[in-house]
Design a protein around this ligand. Structure first.
Ligand code: AMP
Ligand code: MN
Ligand code: MN
Ligand code: MN
Length: 272
């Protein structure tokens, strides 16, 4: 059975609507899917009966920071109607708005006017994020590609990389636990930190109540999977896997297109 426990829709920065995403997942032989939009669960209200066509695992991807690094934590098997998810997504939506104003003012200083209104034009729901600023920068001709927008203005350490508004690591883990969900550290290989720092991050994550990590995140080398699986076992964590699908044919993974979890780790779905 293929579990894809990390994906995005138009309710955050994905290209497909929730229904089209589910249909594509079925086409790609995914049997259990978690929609994990950034800081919102609104996609689940837009599924209609399509959500019944496969095993749907309710999820969310929360943004936070740890030692000034931007970190993502996935909540899996969460109770969508819980007070904590309602409060958590509301807090993060407010944080996104404050942050967007800050990003716009930083861009203004770099000679880019009207970025807040410009980015908002690309945002559909409560999610306003750097991808929308990137789209705005491309639309004004300031940069040619989304990738270039991140490289020059929005990526790690650039003026548009504003992190300090998010709720803290313990807080988002608490929201997930209070919603009877399982907190999973997303894409541990994407943080550009040393292995010893990653181990420290995992220790902080576990101490705050974290329970799982993504051992497989999209396409990765077999040695990376083996290393993450060993780390997962060492730290006594549950193992998750997912594509982090954003759009067809992009740099992000295709739905269901990733290696299976090694047999010796405990899959997170054993606790669903
Ligand atoms: P935000 O949620 O506003 O912090 O924006 C982060 C999102 O931007 C990530 O979830 C990615 O989907 C996207 N992103 C990050 N880096 C890049 C990049 N270099 N090129 C394209 N998209 C990116
Ligand atoms: Mn994204
Ligand atoms: Mn992420
Ligand atoms: Mn993601």
């Amino acid at each position: 059975m293929i579990f894809d426990l990390h994906s995005h829709t138009t309710f955050s920065d994905g290209a497909l609507t929730p229904r089209v995403l589910v249909l594509r997942a079925i086409e790609k032989q995914v049997e259990a899917l978690a929609i994990t939009d950034h800081d919102t669960v609104d996609a689940y209200q837009d599924l209609g009966t399509t959500g019944k066509r496969l095993r749907l695992v309710h999820g969310v991807e929360f943004s936070t920071q740890w030692e000034s690094i931007g970190i993502h934590v996935i909540g899996l098997n969460i109770d969508l109607s819980s007070d904590s998810i309602r409060a958590g997504t509301q807090f993060q939506a407010d944080a996104r708005m404050t942050r967007a104003l800050r990003i716009a003012s930083n861009l203004e200083k770099m000679g880019i006017p009207d970025a807040f209104a410009g980015a908002m034009r690309f945002s559909a729901g409560s999610y306003i994020g750097r991808p929308h600023f990137a789209q705005y920068l491309v639309s004004t001709g300031k940069v040619k590609t989304i990738e270039a927008a991140f490289k020059k203005y929005l990526g790690d350490g650039k003026p548009g990389d504003v992190k300090q508004h998010w709720a803290g690591l313990s807080q988002i883990i608490q929201w997930i636990r209070d919603a009877n969900g399982i907190p999973v550290l997303a894409h541990p290989l994407k943080y550009k930190i040393t292995r010893s720092k990653l181990k420290r991050l995992l220790d902080s994550f576990i101490q705050a109540g974290g329970q799982g990590m993504e051992v497989v995140s999209g396409q990765q080398a077999p040695h990376q999977t083996a290393e993450m699986a060993r780390l997962c076992e060492l730290k006594n964590l549950l193992a998750s896997c997912g594509s982090d699908f954003h759009s067809p044919g992009s740099q992000w993974g295709e739905l269901g297109a990733f290696a299976p979890l090694p047999g010796y780790v405990t899959p997170v779905w054993e606790r669903f």
